[in-house]
Write a protein that binds this ligand. Sequence first.
Ligand code: PHE
Length: 449
Amino acid sequence: MNPEGNLKQRGQWSSRFGFVLAAAGSAIGLGNIWRFPYVAGENGGGAFLFLYLICILLLGLPVMIAELTIGRHSGKNPVGAFEAIRPGSPWKIIGYLGVITGVCILSYYSVLAGYTVGYIGKSIAGNLSSYESFTSNAMISLPLFAAFIALTCFVVQGGVRNGIEKWARILMPVLFVLMIILIIRSVTLEGAGRGLSFYLKPDFSKITGKTFNAALGQAFFSLSLGMGAMITYGSYIKKDDNLVISGTFVAFFDTLIAIMAGLLIFPAIFAMNMDPTEGTGLVFKVLPEIFRLIPGGTIVGAFFFILLSIAALTSTISLLEVVTAYLVDEKHWLRSKTVWIVGGITFVVGLPSLLSQEGMVPWLADLPLVHTSFLGLMDWIFGNVMLGVGAFFIAIFVGWVWKNGDSTKEILSGFPGFGRIAPVFYFLLKYICPILILVVLFFLIKSGA
Ligand code: PHE
């Protein structure tokens, strides 16, 4: 099939702006607002933020552009893309790993997304007190989890332009404005200053191998890299779009929202004498406290959780889209059937994560040997290690295997000036990314979950 025909059949973003919003929708999600603050809190605040920004620049950005380039060049899902560029080689295994990682991340991510939806109702009911009593009630969390997966399936069924782009276009800017308002409230609380200095003044003595691991994993997770989401989204970009500028925009907005989430959460944590190392429940405990201090907090809280649910939805959509694009392109399944089958599998895979939360099934909440919850383990394996592994091979692939000429041509087609920055791009991909990822993965596996 010729690539143009293939693209037409698969759909395309309506414009560069449409792509940037959809990809930013994938990148911006619970990773920024739930995961970033709790990981930063556990890893020393400012020192973490500093390393995180370095990881975004040196690793995140080049891998982002590499994924988009692979995607647009091949016009395919991750498995098909590696196969198209290096037919008959084992490289497509990286695509398969991405597809599996996608389902696994989607499974526990949807559990948390379900909580977010639940918090809309809790806000309206004015009952935002106990996080534990909420998560331990399967009668509530299970239907929410199932409903969130169903909603994701529903949108992905609609295809690229109508389904995904339309949602992202309207709602991401609203989230941005609401966050600014909440930040103003948070930083003007009494005692907020200590939170600001925890978050913004790096204490370099706190940097350890673990801080570095956490920063690198978070950079890939937050930018949706290492599992082919950006390969898949790249496959819907037009040939004359500038991949470098688009990718940079996405990384910029994603990082901005993460930094803003920190500005929202940390001043409030310190002002309320809460513990920044609280763990996965952190934002669900802190945010309600902020809303309580705002006039009309019930409405603001409900509205915030609505937007957060939507930010989560634009991310789950991209996770499901990877698997769906693979099955539709390669196995010729019907899109409408595929999404529901994959949704069903995701539900089953996600059940132990759901049951591992606060006081439901004790052994799942504290697994033998690793001493973390099942959800925590899934996040560690798939949200950290597997994304690092994927990003490592993607960097090697574009840096060393796929002739520079070809990838360069692909980027040049929308960005004639690329030649000037190409040496920096390939240097980062060839040397810096693989070496740093290897060092960090080594520590990550050595130190355990
Ligand atoms: N980047 C998303 C977030 O920050 C999560 C995600 C990871 C989405 C990997 C797709 C792929 O919420």
